[in-house]
Design a protein around this ligand. Sequence first.
Ligand SMILES: [Mn+2]
Length: 245
Amino acid sequence: MTAVIGVAAGDALHAASAEGAPGRPHAALKQEYLDAVVAQGAAPLVITPDAAAAAAAVTARIDGLLLVGGADVDPARYGETPLNDSVSPGPARDALELALLASVQTRGLPILSICRGHQLLNVSRGGTLWQDLPAQRPDALRHGQCGPPDADGHEVRVAPGSLLHRIVGAERLAANSFHHQSVRRLGRGLQASAWSADGMVEALEDPAQRFVLGVQWHPEELLARPPHRALFQAFVHEAERRTTG
Ligand SMILES: [Mn+2]
């Protein structure tokens, strides 16, 4: 059966459309995320940031959850205050996505979380983040790459035997990199499954679950490359298993 993938949207305050003047709030989601789901034969269900109170009802109607990139997680969620002006929290999204993660994990549904989603997954388990790598880790690689989104940013090393390794079938992977924050202390029950050369956690997973995976890079921009497309293939395949019980 066709799997229904819940995709949590962000908001764009300055979007213009035929329905309203620029400056009015719009729910927003980069098309590539939806295309990546549809290309695997699944149906995306877009979840808007104001749906936090309905997270359990939404969860009952989906077979997998995709969390995507966007604004920074509010540092208050891990007991800190914003380090500097580069930190731009999106509190409404935090509330929605934390509620979704809680109810989805109760049902044991597959979770693929990307960039901000990867960081939020870590925070949801009590983990912390580097709020601003250029300020806090000037020794780190350049993780905010220039150039097109499908250009190589840096390589990642994949942990042998991890879920990620089984999916991509390689111990080294060229990835893109568009983040100024990064996982710092890992959350409960999570293991790192990929690192950049400077030791930053570029992927994490919960080995006690069938499919709870976060990646710091943007595979939705790299669908022409089999290892990155395979992330969506494996995720949707796992969601399809849920539809047949
Ligand atoms: Mn990176």
